[in-house]
Design a protein around this ligand. Structure first.
Ligand code: NAD
Ligand code: UFG
Length: 338
């Protein structure tokens, strides 16, 4: 069964392609290589023994998308393609809305024109905004988002809900990821941030490998267990399996919303301690001011995915740190250019 995977060479998409192949699906990847490298394909082949079909192109290019839907019989789409840097979205809102919102509209239009009505969309816990109490539950009202990236996810969710209302045969899964970290246990695939990492674990990884001097901990005066920010970290392997679970359920039309998280919160200092354990050394850090827009603590109520998809996380924070470090040490400069 052919599954079109937009953004399939990116961090979460590549891990999901491996899980799709292992589950017997055939991923067909579209990516514009804005934040990924073509050499990811060879890594997928090395792990699975199969080289996925890859089309270089942009989801905003409707004629390009149309040729792919005409050429292949596609049963469902998993839509990862998007820009994801929260801080950058504040300085480049138009680029974020164009790529994430307009791109998602183009994709859905071409799907509709080709009678493909099953889509799984990469949403984010950020849609819960800053007013909801934690843990976040799917039935909570979304909104009050603090940045254009988050609003773009909120808007696409709404657009896809409206699409389903207009044509109830659609099956739309909105997967709200919490904080994906870690890497494939083989060390062949992982997160490959360009420039200074925005997110906690990739930053710690670069401190551990000696590329950055020390971690800046953004505040230790939050009302949390040790004063530092608390998040729900989820191993990218577990997250990838969540997509296969959602795909196995895709034949029911409707809008299906799931939190994909571990259901527990860990603080910045706990993540740092897990990483120190993984790399067997003490890692330098300093406490600095809070980062603008950060929320003190949130984690998922992930019971709906467990109940309805029979999915739950299996990896611990120690597994996440161990696999991240294994990837970092074996690929200190990330993926090769070719
Ligand atoms: P990523 O940047 O590693 O992967 C996204 C991929 O999409 C990249 O390979 C990029 O080149 C491609 N892409 C971007 N715009 C495109 C376009 N217009 N046409 C074709 N390809 C395009 O990011 P990721 O961490 O794998 O995230 C995947 C999805 O999950 C994104 O939509 C992201 O917003 C969402 N998400 C990520 C996180 C996270 O912390 N990583 C959390 C919540 C949600
Ligand atoms: N942090 C530091 N130092 C750093 C980086 C992060 O102390 O150098 C702290 C943050 O203040 C926060 C925690 O580590 O308390 C996690 O921060 P991340 O930047 O790793 O993750 P966020 O929760 O801020 O954001 C992530 C994704 C967003 C997504 C959000 C909710 O980057 O795309 O999770 O899913 F919207």
């Amino acid at each position: 069964m052919n599954i079109l995977v937009t953004g399939g060479l990116g961090y979460i998409g590549s891990h999901t392609c491996v899980k799709l192949i292992e589950a017997g699906y055939t991923p067909i990847i579209i990516d514009n290589l804005y934040n990924s490298k073509k050499s990811v394909l060879k890594r997928i082949e090395k792990i699975t023994g199969q080289l996925p079909l890859f089309y270089y192109g942009d989801i905003q290019d409707k004629p390009f998308l149309d040729t792919i839907f005409k050429k292949h019989s596609i049963s469902s789409v998993i839509h990862f393609a998007g820009l994801k840097a929260v801080g950058e979205s504040v300085t480049k809102p138009l680029e974020y809305y164009e790529n994430n919102v307009y791109g998602s509209i183009c994709l859905a239009q071409v799907m509709r024109d080709n009678q493909v009505n099953n889509i799984i969309f990469s949403s984010s816990a950020t849609v819960y905004g800053e007013k909801n109490a934690t843990p976040y539950i799917e039935t909570m009202q979304t909104g009050n988002v603090t940045n254009p990236y988050g609003w773009s996810k909120y808007m696409v969710e709404q657009i896809y809900v409206d699409l389903h209302t207009s044509q109830p045969t659609w099956s739309i899964s909105l997967l709200r990821y919490f904080n994906p970290v870690g890497a494939h246990p083989s060390g062949l695939m992982g997160e490959d941030p360009q420039g200074i990492p925005n997110n906690l674990m990739p930053y710690i990884a670069q401190v551990a490998i000696g590329k950055r001097e020390k971690l800046s901990v953004y505040g230790n005066d939050y009302p949390t267990k040790d004063g530092t920010g608390v998040r729900d970290y989820i191993h990218v392997e577990d997250l990838a399996k969540g997509h296969v679970a959602a795909l196995n359920n895709i034949n029911q039309s409707g809008v299906h919303i799931y939190n994909l998280g571990a259901g527990i919160g860990n603080s910045v200092l706990e993540v740092l301690a897990a990483y120190e354990k993984a790399c067997h050394k003490k890692l330098p850090y300093q406490i600095v001011n809070r980062r603008a827009g950060d929320i003190a603590a949130f984690w998922a109520d992930a019971s709906k995915a467990q109940r309805e998809l029979n999915w739950q996380t299996e990896c611990s924070l120690d597994d996440m740190a161990k696999d991240s470090w294994n990837w970092q040490i074996t690929n200190p400069n990330g993926y090769p250019d070719e």
